[in-house]
Design a protein around this ligand. Structure first.
Ligand SMILES: [Zn+2]
Ligand SMILES: [Zn+2]
Length: 226
C-alpha cells in the first residue's frame, strides 16, 4: 500500500480513472480535483485567468493571491506526506516541478504514459534510474514493491505510527522495516500471543492522518509554507 501523489494536468483525461483504479488496488491517493472530498475547480478558472499566456507583470501580481496560495499549500502538503509520486503524462510544467521536488526529497517517482505518444525527455532518468512505464500492469507491480520504512499494510511510518492504548505505538517486526507490529496478524510479546491488534477497534493506524487519502496530515503547516 503506497500513499500516492499523482502529478498531472487538469486536461489529462485518464487522471480520474487512475485515481479510482489505484484506490481499488488498496493505495491511498491524493486527488487534487477533489481534496477532502470537495470538488475544486481549476485554479486558473477560479482566478478568471483562462487564457494560455499572461504577461510577467500580471503573473507577478499573483504572489500574494490568497486563492493561489491556498491551492498551492493543499498540493504541497499532500506532496510532503505522500511516499510515492506518479507523473501521469501528458502534463505540464507544474506537474514536472512537483515530481522533481518529490524525487529530490527521496520519494519514489514513476513516470506513466498510457497514451501512445509522448515527448522524449532526457532528465526522466532522475526518477528511479529510468522509472518509466506505459503498461498499467507493470506500473501497478512496481508500486506494490514494499518501501523500507513504510508499513506495507497500513502505510504507517516512524513519524506517523499506529497506536493501541494497551500496547502503545507500533514497531517494526521485519528486518527491512516494511511491516509494523500493529498490522502483523499475530504478535508474540514476551511469551504471550496477541491476536488481531490490526482489527481491534482500539487500534488507530497512522495516527497523524487526518483523512482517508484525500488529504494527508500536513507535515509542514500552511503557515510555514505561505
Ligand atoms: Zn501497519
Ligand atoms: Zn503501524
Amino acid at each position: 500500500m503506497a500513499r500516492i501523489y499523482i502529478s498531472s494536468s487538469w486536461r489529462n483525461s485518464y487522471h480520474q480513472q487512475l485515481v479510482q483504479e489505484l484506490r481499488e488496488n488498496g493505495h491511498q491517493v491524493y486527488d487534487f480535483r477533489h481534496p477532502e472530498g470537495r470538488e475544486d475547480n481549476n485554479v486558473w478558472d477560479d482566478l478568471g485567468i483562462n487564457k494560455e499566456f499572461i504577461t510577467p507583470q500580471e503573473f507577478s501580481q499573483l504572489d500574494n493571491n490568497e486563492v493561489a496560495g491556498k491551492r498551492f499549500a493543499d498540493h504541497f502538503c499532500a506532496m510532503n506526506d505522500a511516499d510515492t509520486c506518479i507523473l501521469l503524462l501528458p502534463c505540464g510544467a507544474s506537474s514536472h516541478v512537483e515530481a522533481g521536488y518529490m524525487a529530490g526529497d527521496g520519494k519514489r517517482v514513476f513516470v506513466f504514459c498510457p497514451d501512445n505518444k509522448l515527448k522524449p525527455e532526457l532528465m526522466y532518468r532522475v526518477f528511479n534510474g529510468f522509472g518509466f512505464y506505459y503498461r498499467k500492469e507493470d506500473l501497478f507491480a512496481a508500486l506494490n514493491t514494499p518501501i523500507p520504512g513504510v508499513c506495507r499494510v497500513c502505510g504507517c511510518t516512524e513519524n506517523n505510527p499506529c497506536y493501541h492504548p494497551k500496547y502503545g505505538y507500533c514497531w517494526w517486526v521485519d528486518e527491512n522495516h516494511t511491516l509494523c507490529s500493529h498490522c502483523a496478524e499475530k504478535l508474540t510479546i514476551g511469551r504471550k500471543h496477541i491476536p488481531g491488534i490490526y482489527d481491534d477497534p482500539l487500534t488507530e493506524h497512522c495516527i497523524n492522518d487526518i483523512g482517508n487519502g484525500f488529504k494527508f496530515k500536513n507535515s509542514r503547516s500552511t503557515i510555514d509554507i505561505l
